[in-house]
Design a protein around this ligand. Structure first.
Ligand SMILES: [Zn+2]
Length: 128
């Protein structure tokens, strides 16, 4: 997870000789136009072949509406309901108005739009 903050890998490789032949053969085999697409495909295939676990993000938005958002927390294997109410934001799971689920909710564009709208109506919501 500490990789997240670093710049994503950018690869520049020159394929020459036998490697070029192999590269072109595989590219033709898959009918790909772009070299980068072949690299992506090869990384995906290798990942599957090695059966490495895919690191999923801790939080994932399950759904959202005008009332708030449902967040899957993979670390604690629970779903957090975060509500947007006139008196403020509320996480039902933590019974809190200041937890990581609320921080995550505030990062979601759709939720930010809803908050902005309600703030104009005088709701006591965080600045977004
Ligand atoms: Zn929470």
């Amino acid at each position: 997870m500490e990789m997240k903050k670093e710049k994503p890998p950018q690869v520049r490789v020159v394929f020459d000789g036998i490697m070029r032949e192999r590269f072109e053969k595989i590219k033709r085999y898959y009918g790909l136009q772009k070299n980068a697409d072949l690299i992506r495909l090869l990384v995906t295939e290798k990942h599957e072949k090695l059966d490495l676990p895919l690191e999923l993000p801790r939080f994932e938005q399950i759904n959202s509406d005008e009332n708030g958002v449902k967040i899957l927390d993979r670390q604690i294997h629970k779903v957090a309901d975060v509500y947007i109410k006139p008196e403020g934001m509320r996480c039902i799971l933590d019974e809190s108005d200041d937890c990581e689920h609320i921080t995550f909710a505030l990062s979601l564009p759709r939720i930010r739009e809803i908050i902005k709208k309600h703030k104009r109506e005088g709701w006591k919501l965080p600045d977004v």
